[in-house]
Design a protein around this ligand. Structure first.
Ligand code: GUN
Length: 295
């Protein structure tokens, strides 16, 4: 049996700390961090995430500036909105929910967000800073999901230095920044992906396995090293037959029921990485606010 790394508890403790910090910043400066949340269109999953992000931000005392644009919005209109938000004093963080409609160039939009207000840490300058900086403790704007994964690993109070870490997935949002973070913790990092040969054997060597492939239960229980740590980033909605009845279920990228028999610690889905992503967004917004007070 493995220890369950409870993202709800760790995220709630991070939110409580942020909420206290925001109260004391408000007393000192008479203002609070502001987060602009931009959604284009009505992708169902995006609406769920945007709603959850907005609710959490308000709960910790962050002001939310909400912009919900229609699907047919042009790229120029979105660029104009980002430009306005870049220059708006009460906005410290800007989040443009992805994916964007197909007629837009996603990278062009992300590049247009001021690096100082980049609540997601997706701007090339922040990607570069993450790669160059020596430690993970500076006031960097770091992509939220991988930073949340790192906080979960740190919660285990083990020495990460020298551990074999395998990241399965090479996306800009999770896989690549996760690899950077683990490297700075002095892990030996392997990034595997859909073209990797012998994935099973590579996973079996992982002291730390981060699964971010977006395929339901692709990583089987017997791919997990005995005593390994499993961080499952996947959130996949599937139909599963339970007692002959077809039911909708959320599962991760790892076959949890078997993996938890081998792992020393594992994140559940739901209630694992998901809540951490949102808490880290609030952290980035607060960092951007504090940085704006210095300049
Ligand atoms: N879509 C899926 N994950 C994310 C995220 O972390 N940030 C944004 N902006 N969009 C997403």
């Amino acid at each position: 049996m493995s220890k369950i790394i409870d993202g709800k508890i760790i995220a709630s403790s991070l939110r409580r700390d942020l909420s206290r910090e925001i109260i004391s910043l408000k007393e000192k400066y008479n203002k609070v961090p502001g987060l602009a949340v931009v959604q284009v269109g009505n992708v169902a999953a995006s609406s769920v995430y945007v709603k959850a992000k907005t609710k959490s931000a308000l709960e910790v005392g962050i002001e939310v500036i909400d912009h919900h644009l229609e699907d047919l919005t042009t790229e120029k209109e979105l660029l104009d909105l980002v430009d306005k938000l870049n220059n708006q004093n009460n906005v410290n963080g800007i989040l443009v929910q992805l994916p964007l409609p197909k007629h837009m160039d996603e990278q062009k939009i992300l590049d247009s967000i001021s690096p100082d207000k980049d609540a997601d840490g997706f701007h090339p300058l922040n990607v570069g800073r993450l790669s160059i900086s020596a430690s993970n403790n500076e006031n960097l704007l770091i992509p939220c999901t991988p930073y949340g994964c790192l906080l979960m690993l740190r919660s285990l109070d083990i020495d990460l230095s020298g551990k074999n870490a395998v990241v399965v997935g090479r996306s800009n949002i999770v896989g690549k920044p996760m690899a950077q973070l683990l490297l700075k913790e002095s892990c030996t990092v392997t990034v595997a992906h859909s073209k990797t040969q012998n994935l099973k054997n590579i996973c079996r060597g992982a002291d730390i396995l981060v699964a971010a492939v977006g395929r339901p239960e692709m990583i089987k229980g017997d791919w997990i090293k005995d005593g390994g740590i499993v961080i499952d980033v996947g959130i996949n909605r599937i139909e599963k037959s339970i007692n002959g009845e077809s039911k909708k279920k959320l599962v991760g990228d790892v076959e949890y029921s078997e993996a938890e028999k081998r792992a020393s610690a594992i994140t559940p889905v739901p209630g694992g990485v998901g809540p951490m992503t949102i808490a880290c967004l609030l952290r980035n917004t607060t960092i951007a606010f504090k940085n704006s007070l210095k300049s």
